[in-house]
Design a protein around this ligand. Sequence first.
Ligand SMILES: [Mg+2]
Length: 235
Amino acid sequence: MSKIQLITFDLDDTFWDIKSTIINAEINSRKWSESRIGEKIDWGTFEDFMQIRSDLVKKDPTLQYDLGKLRRRVIAHHTKKYFQNTKDFNAFINDAYEYFLKERHKVTFYKDVIKVLEKLSLTFQLGVLTNGNADVNKLGIGHLFNFSISSMDVKSNKPDKGHFLRAREVSNIDFKHTLHVGDHPLNDILGARVLGINTLWFNLEKHDWDIDQSPPQQFSKWSEFISLVEENYGS
Ligand SMILES: [Mg+2]
């Protein structure tokens, strides 16, 4: 029997590029808001956007792991002045958020990701551990996973151990029989490694490992993944 029984995956920047996804979602959502309100909205600069987010999180730390609520608050910040009554305003915020979420799920999977997941799902339990708000069920790949854990579910972000502990709990599979795969050196690789979970680093841009003297096993193409698992963890 293979040593690995459960493989958990990060989503953003592991299965698809997140920056282009979010930029497109942001642009389309702004257009949508302006057309619904019927006015040009002053969205400010990117720095303003980041400042507003960080001010909101300072006021309400739960927004760190509740990206939906954070997104709603940011939309509200820019659009409140256009609404006289609360009911209309709340309805707008709900619709604007739903629109953003739909746009946010328009991802382009990296080559071979789906094929690899389909094959792995025949042998291993598969799980999702994400700090973001992508939902595999909205991407047509939910059936390939046994479970999916978001920051909202565990009220914390990786590299905190919340996601990893929950994965062990729902799968009933020990850390030593678990492999975690992700792009982020700290959130994914170090977060999993300190708990004794096996790791594979998805390193698309072939960055150096500058966290410590023990670089993890890594890959930059999904087509390499299955043979890498077999070489490292095969029976
Ligand atoms: Mg990631």
